[in-house]
Design a protein around this ligand. Structure first.
Ligand code: PEP
Length: 249
């Protein structure tokens, strides 16, 4: 009942020409894939080029971040008003934004609400660090991030939100969560969503992210509460990304 969603986060990789070429390759390889929703999140400067390259294929486009304000004196920032009409999604609260750029839950919540106001579907990232995991704080961290991140969101709006459970210790490390752990955490996230949104939570999609590759994707994606993956490194290689998409079919 929930359509799987695989999204590639290209992070700060690819020039405009490289992004265009990768998107064009994926547009050919994935042009007939309708049973899995596939999104590409290139760097800001390549959004237009990738939008053109994916043309009228079913591929979707996402931004990796945005500011919450429509406009203003925020040097270097990109606003939801600039992204509206260009992208389908925006990744919000990625752990790299939280940890390297000091983004806090209240700012992340304002971005989620702002994205929804502009018709951009937020992918809200949550997840614990290694230290938090080792201290047994994972569920408390997830609860805090979800509670703050989704504050003020109605059940109608929640339909538009995807949650990405991304344990920080698994991102870019080659050490993915086990399928059982990914399932347990995603089920925990859904339980929290149910407390806020009721039955709508059963229609919301929850991704796992953290060192997903063509080899481990199948076992992770067949877990009942894992509705897709947010993929970093492996999304930069067309053939591998396609195999991850196929694993979701
Ligand atoms: C990410 O950055 O969201 C991510 C999951 O990265 P990787 O797949 O490289 O671990």
């Amino acid at each position: 009942m929930r359509k799987p969603i695989i999204v590639g986060n290209w992070k700060m990789h690819t020039t405009i020409a490289e992004a265009r070429a990768l998107a064009a390759e994926l547009a050919v390889l994935l042009r007939n894939v309708y049973e899995v929703e596939v999104g590409l999140c290139p760097p800001f400067v390549s959004l237009s080029a990738v939008r053109s390259a994916i043309g009228d294929t079913p591929l979707k486009l996402g931004a990796q971040n945005m500011h919450d304000q429509d406009q203003g004196a925020f040097t270097g920032e990109v606003s939801p008003r600039m992204l509206a009409g260009l992208v389908d999604y925006v990744i919000i609260g990625h752990s790299e934004r939280r940890l390297l750029f000091g983004e806090r839950d209240d700012f992340i919540n304002r971005k989620v609400r702002s994205a929804l106001r502009h018709g951009i579907r937020p992918i809200l990232c949550v997840g614990e660090t290694l230290e938090q995991n080792e201290r047994g704080e994972t569920e408390a961290v997830l609860l805090r991030q979800l509670e703050h991140g989704l504050e003020g969101i109605s059940a109608e709006e929640a339909h538009q939100v995807t949650i990405a459970y991304e344990p920080v210790w698994a991102i870019g490390t080659g050490r993915a969560a086990t399928p059982q752990d990914a399932q347990a955490r995603c089920a925990f996230v859904r339980q929290r969503l149910r407390a806020q949104f009721g039955a709508v939570a059963d229609a919301m999609r929850i991704q796992y992210g953290g060192s997903v590759n063509a080899t481990n994707a199948g076992d992770i994606l067949k877990q009942p509460d894992v509705d897709g993956a947010l993929v970093g490194g492996a999304s930069l290689k067309a053939a591998e990304f396609v195999r991850i998409v196929q694993a979701a079919m």
